[in-house]
Design a protein around this ligand. Structure first.
Ligand SMILES: Nc1ncnc2c1ncn2[C@@H]1O[C@H](COP(=O)(O)OP(=O)(O)OP(=O)(O)O)[C@@H](O)[C@H]1O
Length: 613
């Protein structure tokens, strides 16, 4: 087998610029393996030079392009720096809400292609509308991720906005990731930036008007800048809160007066702040009152739950400095900070774990916030507690707490108003042709006997009968038909409300408890009034049982002593009796033995524990 030999004209390959590529073109058409032997050194060198030359050429071209790019960026940055004003706004600061809302409203992010989708909650997010049908509200928020910078025109200025990740370093060395908006306005006039922010604020105010914005300090992670969790709630109408006459309107008037008399405070040299303490049992309307005040005066609420362990003096102080003027500072569960001084002395004798501080906030920290040098002005401060008696008297000083408002369990008048409010304009219960009420939700028949007992209910029955007649006229058989319900009349409502409230005592239940009962009967006003007595009796039995259990637990906790201990060890009242009987028997036998052996009696001191059994 003879190998084919191919010969190349190296002078040809050596000539011209692209020697290597031309040589390769000549070789690649030849089948089989090729061996190039004995290439002259000069040719090898020229190939190497060609390779190096080509590479250098490309490197140089790349370097030139990169230098031009860098120079342009440098130039752009210089121009930007010299001819623009920039601001960074970190999420958690109220201004972040204004700007995000403004940017969304102005469709600045319309070219965004990346979204974060979150289910709709009460948490405030500024998503964009992705649906073409304006009627569709959707159940999710589409929030653009805003990573790439967006350039847009505002008035006659170019504005660039970019959302960036920010890392916030906490005082304790912890770092937290957050988001920030980087805003650049291409003008050296700083007032343009402030006008833009002001416009964003005004728009936010208009947009948020039907809502109360609530800033919650409920996240354990925080940094040098305080990060709020922002929520919004619809306004709470004043009429929806049933309190003694004038109580709520007085409070609102007082707050209004406070805001309108800032100059007077300054002239008088009194710090412009006002503190209210709302105290009373749970579910009596304290939080609802604050919500209504914020709605009436268009204020934001900045809320701290002092019993949540992660808020300490430093956090509180930092957070308070971020609260704008004309807002409510709400300190919930203020009793959780520290036991009062009196309680402290008491506790030393009788330790009570409930009275120990559940908060990282100290009394002096709180006093400093309320009226110390670190306190902020132009704000209403509301504090709430269920345990007024646990508060330190130092907190009560005017200037810290200027007004105390007491909340009680519902009076009968309140109960009646609550009933009227919830059922105003409602339909009467759905009835059978015999005038029986039905529980539509669970399909059980409710007794109508109580209904007939009161004047109002008789009215109700009359009306039901009328409606029954109407429905009977529609040819349905009387025993099977359900009449159409009618709207409840004012007179009927008033008498049902009286029947409802007369079934309970004054200050027996909280409005929240009554509301719970009425809501579970929200389509059965007549039955709700009629069955109230039964509900009240059940509640009383339940409460008595709970009270007994509580007392029992209390007794079990206290160390056994005296004769009662004998009874308890052998199990409750029968045990106590058996224990006492045995003990008496032992005493009598012992006495008898002593008398027989020593010829005289002894004196016994019989001690019986005073606890109730
Ligand atoms: N006086 C009232 N009038 C109308 N509704 C009330 C009243 N009191 C309580 N409620 C209702 O009861 C529920 C709880 O009320 P709210 O949270 O205001 O009570 P609270 O006194 O702040 O309780 P807590 O001390 O436990 O925080 C709410 O749904 C509220 O609407």
């Amino acid at each position: 087998m003879s190998a084919n030999r191919h010969t190349f004209d190296l002078t040809m390959a050596n000539s011209g610029k692209n020697r290597s590529s031309r040589l390769w073109d000549s070789i690649k058409g030849i089948p089989g393996s090729i061996q190039l032997v004995d290439l002259p050194l000069s040719i090898q060198r020229s190939w190497l030079y060609a390779y190096v030359y080509d590479s250098l050429k490309y490197i140089a071209a790349g370097a030139i392009v990169e230098t031009i790019r860098q120079s342009l960026v440098w130039f752009y940055q210089r121009v930007k720096l010299r001819h623009s004003t920039s601001a960074e706004i970190i999420q958690g600061d109220p201004a972040f809400e204004w700007l995000t809302s403004w940017l969304t409203e102005n469709n600045v992010w319309r070219s965004s292609r990346e979204f974060k989708v979150t289910s709709k909650t009460s948490k405030l997010v500024y998503g964009v509308s992705v649906s073409t049908d304006p009627e569709i509200q959707g159940s999710a928020d589409y929030v653009p991720t805003y990573e790439s910078p967006q350039l847009f025109r505002w008035r006659s200025y170019w504005v660039e906005v970019q959302r960036v990740r920010a890392t916030i370093q906490g005082a304790n060395g912890q770092s937290q990731h957050s988001t920030a908006i980087f805003l650049t306005v291409f003008t050296r006039d700083i007032s343009v930036l402030s006008e833009l922010v002001e416009e964003a604020f005004q728009m936010y105010q208009r947009k948020i008007k039907p809502y109360v914005t609530i800033f919650l300090a409920d996240s354990p992670s925080f940094g040098g800048t305080f990060l709020w969790n922002v929520k919004r709630k619809p306004h709470r109408p004043i009429e929806s809160i049933i309190l003694p006459d004038g109580m709520l309107s007085d409070l609102i008037q007082d707050a209004k007066k406070f805001f309108s008399s800032e100059d007077w405070y300054h002239r008088a040299g009194i710090p412009h702040r006002r503190g209210y303490l709302l105290y009373g049992p749970p579910g009596t309307g304290k939080s609802s009152t604050i919500h209504a005040v914020a709605s009436a005066l268009n204020l934001e609420i900045h809320s701290f739950t002092l019993s949540s362990g992660f808020i300490d003096d430093g956090v509180l102080q930092r957070a308070i400095t971020t609260i704008p003027k004309r807002s409510i500072l709400l300190l919930e569960d203020i009793d959780s900070i520290l036991p009062s001084r009196e309680d402290d002395e008491e506790n030393d004798l009788h330790p009570q774990p409930m009275l120990r501080s559940r908060s990282g906030v100290t009394l002096s920290g709180l006093l400093n916030i309320l009226d110390g040098i670190g306190s902020e002005e132009g704000k209403l401060c509301f504090a709430t507690t269920n345990y007024m008696d646990r508060l330190d008297p130092a907190l009560m000083r005017p200037g810290r707490i200027d007004r105390r408002v007491r909340y009680t369990l519902a009076t009968r008048v309140q109960a009646r108003r609550l009933f009227e409010r919830l059922f105003k304009g409602a339909e009467t219960d759905t009835t059978t042709s015999q005038g029986m009420t039905f529980d539509d939700e669970i399909g059980t028949q409710a007794p109508s006997t109580d209904v007939e007992n009161s004047e109002g209910s008789a009215l109700g029955i009359k009306q039901m009968e009328q409606s029954t007649e109407t429905s009977n006229a529609d040819s349905s058989p009387p025993s099977l038909s359900r009449s159409a319900s009618t709207l409840i009349s004012d007179a009927q409502l008033a008498s049902l409300a009286v029947q409802f409230s007369d079934s309970m005592n004054d200050e027996e239940f909280s409005p929240a408890e009554l509301q719970g009962y009425l809501l579970s009967n929200r389509e059965r006003p007549i039955a709700a009034a009629a069955e109230m007595k039964g509900w009240v009796s059940r509640q009383r039995v339940e409460r008595a049982e709970k009270e007994r259990e509580r007392e029992q637990r209390g007794r079990d906790k206290s160390p056994p002593s005296g004769w009662a201990a004998v009874g308890r060890r052998s199990g409750g009242t029968p045990g106590l009796t058996a224990g006492l009987a045995t003990s008496y028997l032992v005493v009598v036998l012992s006495e008898f033995t002593h008398l027989v052996y020593h010829g005289r009696s002894r004196v016994y001191l019989l001690s019986v524990d005073q606890q109730k059994d």
